[in-house]
Structure formats: structure tokens, C-alpha cells
Design a protein around this ligand. Structure first.
Ligand SMILES: Cc1ncc(COP(=O)(O)O)c(C=O)c1O
Length: 437
């Protein structure tokens, strides 16, 4: 098949009729699938059911340091849980504070605290005329929602397969003291599945921001979410805390992670890792906010996984369940190869495949899919303010549907990409003809 751009108007019209018919047939199939979020599939949740039995009324309720997890105390979390999440992030347990049931609220709290209390003694952001954040995009919509919620101006930084465009990051951060942070998903990024190169991580650690209270928000949500065993090494990223320390900037980064997508989404444990100075700063506010998070769940995690090796074994099972789903999507997308109407990522881990449609087509594709019963993440969601300047990025989340449902949804997606692209090409040609005519 030729690239669509090379087809004559007549060929495009014939193709449009054929695809339009196929689309009407697809609509008649009564699909009803929600692929809008990266939710774990039911089988992933099922393999974790032993977690529910890892603690019961017969289990001891004491942590290894003798703390009774049923009571107040140990506000930083029990030592064995700190160790578990420290291992997940590759940092030292003393650099970790255990938080609530996920990581997003820890990020929210971090921004909120910076707004009202400031960062390590600097002016609270709410008292400044302007606060800006760098937002590598495509990126995670909920990050952008937090910064938008607090009235922080977002600056889009293009993503590359190596990570954010570091020339731009360095240039902006070194000059503008109103830039206070950057969102990063360093491993299997959301949505492209890219892992930052060593050079990118080192350049982050070496940043010399104009603002003393600039922080890197290192959201390591997919640290251990490999699709293939062997990719664990290939996609391994440098550990940012020690890189920052080595570069003489120990306070530059906050790292976040959780077990939401390791055990139960929203029923896991979250944590923040940072320098001792930053942790002290965090504790000052956190101790007003809570007397302590859920240590029962922390203990349950440790009893269930035992240690990081246990967690990695569990994640291999997740990988085995996710792999065929990703492969189903990628197999369907192969049908678009050579047509010149889309490109997509082939991640080794994480939760998403990122699709780049022809400019101006993403919204129409998502709309078409929805009309035929498949809800995707809204077009634009992967950019600050929900506005994709090229209207081309679409996030595909293969985790939730069954493989069979996914096959149908992926075929529908491919069909919608083709149909919308043909329509776009016809429209563009029509417009350029009317301009020249
Ligand atoms: C990059 C990223 N960070 C954080 C989260 C949410 O994590 P949690 O459930 O720990 O709040 C997600 C969930 O999709 C995510 O993709």
C-alpha cells in the first residue's frame, strides 16, 4: 500500500467510501470499552489477592522496630516499608518518607506546601507574581492538572526518546527565577514509554537553576513496570538522588513512587524520597497535616512481598499479563506502517503506547472511536492546558480491557485513523485547490 499522501483524489475518495462503510459496520457491533485511563486489568488485580490475607487478626502487628502498626507513631513509616520503597527507587531508606495510598497526592501536597510555606525557607510561591513550571509533553495529564489548579503557568518542553529537550530545560531554568519546577516521569514515561538516558539524568543533576527553590519532580511511577524481563537492564536509568548529590545539588530533587500499579490501584503505599534537608522541610508541614499514614498497609505490603525481590517476582507476573496486550495493540498498528498517517512508540514497560497522528487529526480520531463505542484518553490531555498544538498525540492504554476486547478496540482505532486521515487529506487538498483556483 502506498502512503496516503501519494494517492490521487479519486483513490482517496474510493478509500473514504470503503473505510466509511467499514466504520458504519463497526458502529453496529455495539462495542462499549473504556480505555481512557491506565487502569490495571482485572487479572493483574486477581494475582495480588494473597495480599488480602497477608495480615489478619492472627498476624503479629508489630513492625521490626517494635512499633505497633495499629497505633500512632513512626510518622516516617515503618523501617521495613521504607526499605521496600527505597529499593524500588534505588535510594537509601533514610531518604524516604512513607505517605498515603498513592503518589499523586504527595505531589499535590508538595506543590501545595511550596505555595503556602515555601521551599527550605524561600518565599512561598503564592506570594510571588509569577510561578512557572516546565512540562515535558506529551506528559501525564494529572501532573498538568495540579500545576494548573494552583495557577502555575506551564511551559511545554518537547519530549525526545532520551527524555525532555535538555538544551531547552537548561536554558530556561538557568535564566528565569520564576521557573520553580519540572515534571518528570523518568522511566517508561507516560505516555511514550521512554526512559531517560544517562546523559539526561546527569544534565538534570547538573542544573544550575536561577531559582534556589527550583525542584525536579521525579515521578518514578513505572520504576519496576517492565514488559520484558531483559528490558529491566536496557531501560535502567541512573538514580537521580545520588547523581544530584554528586553534582553538588543534593536538594534539587523530590522523587515520588507508589505501589498503586504493583498491588491495588489506590490501595497501595506512596512515598517521597529526597535529601535530609528537604525531608525536614516536608516533615514540618506533614506533621501538621497528619499524625501518620496507614502503617497497617505498610506492614501488609512487607508481609506479602517480603522484600524487593518478592516485589520484582510479582511484577514479572504483571509483565506477562501486560505483554500480550501491548503486542495486540502493536500488531494492529502494524497495519498503518508505510501509510504516512501515524507513528507510535513501542515501549518496553509502563502503561501506554503513544500515537502521533497526522497534524489536526487526533481529536477527530478520538471522537470517531468514541462514537463507535471505544473511549480513549481525550485528545490534548497529554499537553498542558489540554491543548496539543498539533492536535496529533493520542494516548493508548492497553492495560484494562481483555486481550479480545483490545483486539477489537485496536482494529477500530486503526480504522478511525485511516478514515480521519483520508478525510483530512481530501480537505487539505480541497482547501489548497480553492486557494489556488
Ligand atoms: C506518571 C504517573 N504518576 C502517578 C500516577 C498515579 O499514581 P498513584 O496511584 O500512586 O497516585 C500515574 C497513574 O497513572 C502515572 O501515570
Amino acid at each position: 500500500m502506498k502512503a496516503y499522501q501519494e494517492l490521487s483524489r479519486e483513490e482517496l475518495l474510493a478509500l473514504k467510501a470503503e473505510l466509511g462503510q467499514a466504520y458504519e459496520d463497526a458502529k453496529g457491533r455495539g462495542l462499549s470499552l473504556d480505555m481512557s485511563r491506565g487502569k490495571p486489568g482485572e487479572t493483574q488485580l486477581e494475582i495480588g489477592m494473597g495480599f488480602m490475607d497477608a495480615l489478619n487478626s492472627q498476624s503479629g502487628m508489630k513492625a521490626e522496630n517494635g512499633v505497633d502498626v495499629r497505633n500512632y507513631g513512626a510518622p516516617d513509616g515503618i523501617p521495613e516499608a521504607r526499605r521496600l520503597l527505597a529499593d524500588m527507587m534505588g535510594v537509601k531508606p533514610e531518604n524516604v518518607i512513607m505517605c498515603g495510598n498513592g503518589s499523586l497526592n504527595v505531589m499535590y501536597d508538595t506543590i501545595s506546601r511550596s505555595m503556602t510555606q515555601g521551599v527550605l525557607g524561600s518565599t512561598p510561591w503564592c506570594r510571588l507574581d509569577k510561578v512557572k513550571f516546565l512540562c515535558p509533553a506529551p506528559g501525564y495529564d494529572r501532573h498538568f492538572a495540579i500545576t494548573e489548579h494552583f495557577g502555575i503557568e506551564m511551559i511545554t518542553v518537547p519530549m525526545t526518546p532520551e527524555g525532555p529537550d535538555m538544551d531547552m530545560v537548561e536554558r530556561l531554568v538557568s535564566k528565569d527565577p520564576s521557573i520553580k519546577g519540572i515534571w518528570c516521569v523518568p522511566k517508561y514515561s507516560n505516555p511514550q514509554g521512554y526512559s531517560y538516558s544517562d546523559e539526561t539524568v546527569r544534565r538534570f543533576a547538573a542544573l544550575e537553576p536561577a531559582a534556589a527553590d527550583f525542584r525536579i519532580f521525579w515521578d518514578n511511577a513505572y520504576a519496576i513496570h517492565h514488559l520484558y524481563d531483559e528490558e529491566e537492564r536496557q531501560d535502567s536509568i541512573l538514580e537521580i538522588l545520588s547523581e544530584c548529590e554528586r553534582a553538588g545539588h543534593p536538594d534539587l530533587v523530590y522523587e515520588f513512587c507508589s505501589t498503586s500499579k504493583v498491588i491495588f490501584a489506590g490501595g497501595g503505599i506512596g512515598a517521597v524520597a529526597s535529601s535530609q534537608a528537604n525531608l525536614e522541610d516536608i516533615r514540618r508541614s506533614m506533621s501538621i497535616q497528619t499524625i501518620g499514614y496507614d502503617k497497617v498497609n505498610q506492614l501488609r505490603h512487607v508481609r506479602y512481598f517480603k522484600n524487593f525481590d518478592g516485589m520484582k517476582e510479582h511484577m514479572k507476573k504483571h509483565g506477562a499479563l501486560m505483554r500480550p496486550k501491548f503486542e495486540t495493540v502493536l500488531k494492529a498498528l502494524k497495519d498503518l506502517e508505510g501509510l504516512g498517517i501515524g507513528e507510535w512508540t513501542k515501549p518496553n514497560g509502563g502503561y501506554f503506547v503513544s500515537f502521533e497522528a497526522m497534524e489536526g487529526c487526533a481529536k477527530a480520531i478520538v471522537d470517531r472511536c468514541r462514537e463507535a463505542g471505544v473511549t480513549l484518553t481525550g485528545a490534548g490531555a497529554t499537553f498542558p492546558y489540554g491543548k496539543d498544538p498539533k492536535d496529533s498525540n493520542i494516548r493508548i492504554a492497553p492495560s484494562f480491557p481483555t486481550k479480545e476486547e483490545l483486539a477489537m478496540a485496536a482494529d477500530l482505532f486503526v480504522l478511525c485513523v485511516k478514515l480521519v486521515s483520508v478525510e483530512k487529506l481530501l480537505e487539505t487538498r480541497h482547501n489548497s485547490l480553492s486557494k489556488t483556483g
